[in-house]
Design a binder for this molecule. Structure first.
Ligand SMILES: *Cc1c(COP(=O)(O)O)cnc(C)c1O
Length: 384
């Protein structure tokens, strides 16, 4: 292995989380595994292969590049791939040819999909996205009749696989009003769509938060990202789940670990600055370990003088600034630490653990952001 750090992906944790999600949803709701952002940093190829192994056949991504990766990783007939976000007109033909489903959220794209489908003689598999209050992408509800009439007229070129919208913050009770208003609006859309006999789409609205917090929003399909990787979207959603189910233990397991090795150790005299600038000053003789990780490896620079790592089962402080490719750890009071010793940035060692959410205690970065910033080029290794 030529890399200075690597990510471990736990197969048993994936299995545990997928089983949990499937049991939660029951038979009638489709679980679409959201693997955008390189599967939330877990590695889209490695993760989706595992998810498929444990029975997931429906995936959602954000762009054509991710759809392409997924298609080449899982080239099977029984796998559905949906592009939820951006797709260029020149990628549309490829998508239609390869049976990749995609969202349409404005008239131009819809028309272009029809034209392309007509040209190549293959139906476009679309999901009609509705604007219900997030104010992101989606057709305005007042235009829905016109859109459905247009779809009706061109139904020989279109297969409407889904009609969907997205909730603007189901992870916090603070957004209760907004989210319930959206749900009501979407229910009206469902009724309208159902008045067209030729349409029989899957309706979908919920992501992880909606699935847990507002079970009525599960409809025919849910788009679940963060839960499958072992995280509740917020503490609030976790507490809601536990209280509602009279449980005390988090039923999910962290899938990811991130590890590296000590590259050097040395002793610095008292009265010295460590690393760039003057952010860390030794008030005593200080033993340090140098770690080949920096902000280019996805370790946030805001963790300078703040981050924690595990070496030899001990929780140790990052001291000085996080450099592009290196940082220092104070090992003065640790047992003998040597070059080559394992360093855990995320994960467990002995009876200690560095959780992903612990980063949020030090710096304002949510799980989602921390995970997706893990560089694509770090190796992802499957472990048990
Ligand atoms: C990212 C995303 C999801 C998944 O969200 P989680 O909170 O990770 O479950 C669902 N739907 C859309 C449209 C998304 O962009």
């Amino acid at each position: 292995m030529k890399h200075t750090s690597y990510i471990e992906i736990s197969e048993s944790a994936i299995k545990n989380n997928i089983t949990f999600i499937k049991e939660l949803l029951g038979e009638d709701v489709v679980f679409s595994s959201v693997v955008k952002g390189n599967a939330y940093g877990h590695g889209i190829e490695q993760y989706s292969k595992m998810a498929y192994k444990y029975g997931v056949t429906h995936f959602s991504v954000s762009d054509a590049h991710e759809a392409y990766k997924l298609k080449t990783t899982l080239p099977y007939e029984n796998v559905s791939i949906v592009i939820m976000g951006m797709i260029e007109n020149n990628q549309l033909e490829w998508a239609i040819q390869n049976n990749i489903e995609f969202y349409v959220f404005e008239k131009d794209r819809l028309q272009f999909a029809v034209e392309t489908a007509k040209k190549i003689g293959i139906k476009a598999q679309i999901h009609i996205e509705i604007e219900t209050g997030m104010n992101r992408t989606g057709f305005e509800t007042k235009n829905i009749r016109t859109i459905l009439e247009y779809v009706n007229k061109n139904k020989m070129h279109l297969n409407v696989k889904g009609v969907c919208s997205h909730l603007a913050g189901a992870e916090s009770i603070a957004n209760y009003k907004r989210v319930t208003d959206q749900t009501i609006k979407f229910k009206r859309i469902i009724n309208k769509v159902n008045s067209y006999d030729f349409l029989n789409p899957m309706f979908h609205l919920a992501s992880s938060s909606g699935t847990i917090r507002y079970p009525k929003t599960r409809l025919n399909l849910v788009r679940i990202g963060i839960l499958q990787f072992g995280f509740f979207p917020t503490k609030e959603i976790l507490v809601h789940y536990l209280t509602k189910n009279k449980q005390v233990e988090n039923p999910l397991q962290r899938v990811i670990s991130w590890k590296t090795k000590v590259m050097d150790v040395k002793t610095v005299k008292s009265g010295q600055f460590i690393g760039y600038g003057t952010s860390y000053f030794t008030n005593r003789e200080t033993k340090i370990a140098l770690i080949p990780i920096g902000y280019s490896s996805g370790y946030n620079r805001a963790l300078s003088n703040t981050g924690k790592v595990l070496i030899k089962g001990k929780r140790l402080d990052v001291i000085g600034t996080v450099n592009m490719n290196m940082m220092a750890v104070d090992i003065t009071f640790a047992d003998a630490i040597e070059k080559g010793d394992e360093v855990v940035l995320i994960g467990s060692q002995g009876d200690q653990e560095i959780t992903v959410s612990s980063f949020n205690d030090y710096i304002q970065v949510i799980n989602y952001e921390l995970l997706t910033k893990l560089p694509e080029n770090l190796p992802r290794v499957i472990t048990t």
